[in-house]
Design a protein around this ligand. Structure first.
Ligand SMILES: Cc1cc2nc3c(=O)[nH]c(=O)nc-3n(C[C@H](O)[C@H](O)[C@H](O)COP(=O)(O)OP(=O)(O)OC[C@H]3O[C@@H](n4cnc5c(N)ncnc54)[C@H](O)[C@@H]3O)c2cc1C
Length: 247
């Protein structure tokens, strides 16, 4: 579907839509006694928007914060979901393609390296290369496991990249996939990211309200279906259908 890149697929889906990016919704409002009115949506540093229907697709706690108090059933639904956080880092290293680590190790450039040990819940590393520039590039994504991520989620993100990168290398050393000590001291790219609502560990119960047709508002998101992108898609589709006029 997204091969070789995702952009055409996304562009096809969004071509006819008006999309406002980097816009934080601060408030949604509709008088309780006038459900037929349009929703008034406040957006940080932007003009407000009016809408006949709303589908809220934020993570459950952020959806909860936006819902008006009188939509008690929908608010209750958002309290059902639980998440694990995830601390992730991206690392990139460059070195000469003529380096000894590639000699007699042709698989190294072809096969991704998957590793999950210690504080690392999941990681993938892949070499790419340019013969023209005599350079090989190693790109690494590391996810800390839920225990580590939960323990450190409130700390400054700059404290993790170095620590997790070193840990990844130390595990690889014992794994003997290649001589880690041959990697250059200088790392070209190293950046961390914290995801507070990364992985849904409990979805809202199926019986919980997801749509309020009287007020034309529905909920969507992975937290209603399961911890994967396709679950988010399914819940979004269900939410849209639930707001369409019923025959
Ligand atoms: C590090 C990581 C790796 C993952 N890898 C995979 C994978 O390989 N395969 C897979 O299937 N799933 C993966 N997932 C899970 C997948 O990303 C989620 O299941 C999916 O993105 C959920 O989609 P969503 O639309 O429900 O929520 P999100 O993608 O979380 O979207 C919610 C959006 O709401 C926005 N938002 C929040 N509050 C406001 C506000 N007040 N105003 C405006 N916008 C707001 C947020 O900025 C965010 O963009 C991964 C998740 C993480 C964190």
């Amino acid at each position: 579907m997204g091969n070789p890149v995702f952009r055409p697929f996304i562009s096809k889906l969004t071509g006819s839509l008006e999309i406002m990016q980097n816009a934080s919704v601060t408030h949604i409002e509709k008088p309780q006694d006038r459900p037929e009115e349009r929703w008034y949506i406040s957006i940080e540093d932007n003009q407000p928007v009016f809408a006949k229907n709303i589908i809220l697709t934020m993570p459950a706690p952020q959806t909860n914060a936006l819902l008006p108090e009188y939509l008690t059933e929908l608010k209750q639904t958002t309290l059902e979901a639980l998440y694990d956080p995830c601390i992730a880092i991206l690392a990139g290293v460059e070195m000469p393609l003529s380096s000894s680590i590639f000699l007699n190790n042709s698989e190294l450039l072809d096969k991704p390296i998957l590793l999950d040990k210690g504080n690392i819940g999941w990681s993938i590393a892949k070499w790419s290369h340019s013969v023209e520039n005599n350079t090989a590039y190693l790109s690494v994504i590391i996810h800390a496991n839920p225990e580590f991520s939960s323990k450190h989620i409130e700390e400054d993100v700059s404290t993790f990249p170095d620590r997790l990168w070193k840990e990844w290398k130390s595990h690889l050393k014992t794994d003997a996939r290649f001589d880690v000590s041959a990697l250059p001291k200088h790392i070209s790219y190293l950046k961390g990211h914290k995801w507070r609502y990364a992985r849904v560990t409990k979805t809202a119960d199926e019986e919980c309200e997801r749509t309020n047709q009287k007020y034309s508002i529905a909920l969507a998101g992975d937290w209603l279906e399961g911890p994967r992108i396709e679950s988010a898609w399914i819940s979004g589709r269900n939410a849209a259908i639930s707001l369409l006029p019923q025959d």
